[in-house]
Design a protein around this ligand. Sequence first.
Ligand SMILES: *[C@@H]1O[C@H](CO)[C@@H](O)[C@H](O)[C@H]1NC(C)=O
Length: 214
Amino acid sequence: MNQATVVVAVMICITAVRGASVHSVLVRQEGPHCIVKGDPHFETFDGYKYTYMGFCSYKVVAWCGEGVTRPMPLITVTTRETNPKKVGHTQVISLILRRFGTRHFTEVIPDDCSFKLNGREWTTFPYIWPAHGSVHKEGNIFTIESYGQYKVVFDCKIHMVDIILTHPDAIGNLCGMCGNYNGNDTETDELQGYESIDALATAFKAPDPDPGCR
Ligand SMILES: *[C@@H]1O[C@H](CO)[C@@H](O)[C@H](O)[C@H]1NC(C)=O
């Protein structure tokens, strides 16, 4: 069986684990996961959980391995306040995915679930880029795959991002808000040398439509 088709069919209710109110049901696929959802809550590939309320764009998965001098962003999220009257909640308002090794990128924008391919609106699914990747859309759920690198399931109504790594050399070569994926789930290790979650987020800020974002 193909790894991607092994549907573990575990109906997990992540929010119940964290005591929040919105339930979500997702089909958990095999492989290391990083999840960004809600306030947002982050769960790194190594399993460390934290909450970071940012109002900017952040590199959640970046390549820090051999041959790069600066983190190369693979996946970035933009988060904003959900409702200015309801202080204390932010959510993912844009998700950008790059195919490492190319200039190709895709972007998904909730809540209208619109999709851009290299900056242009794209509405025909599935979109297949031979030997490189694919984008499937079913209802509110996008499944975007960069072959041999990662797969992302994004619910554009619940604003939940589930990143599953498929890159064979990712171990120990990643950085960003999804952690370094080195098998160590301690906070100190996942902070990647930074002194706090705030410092980590600042270090992994990505260009944002609002240059003054915090
Ligand atoms: C995990 O990382 C922490 C912080 O760097 C370190 O103190 C600890 O020894 C590491 N644990 C393992 C099992 O490598």
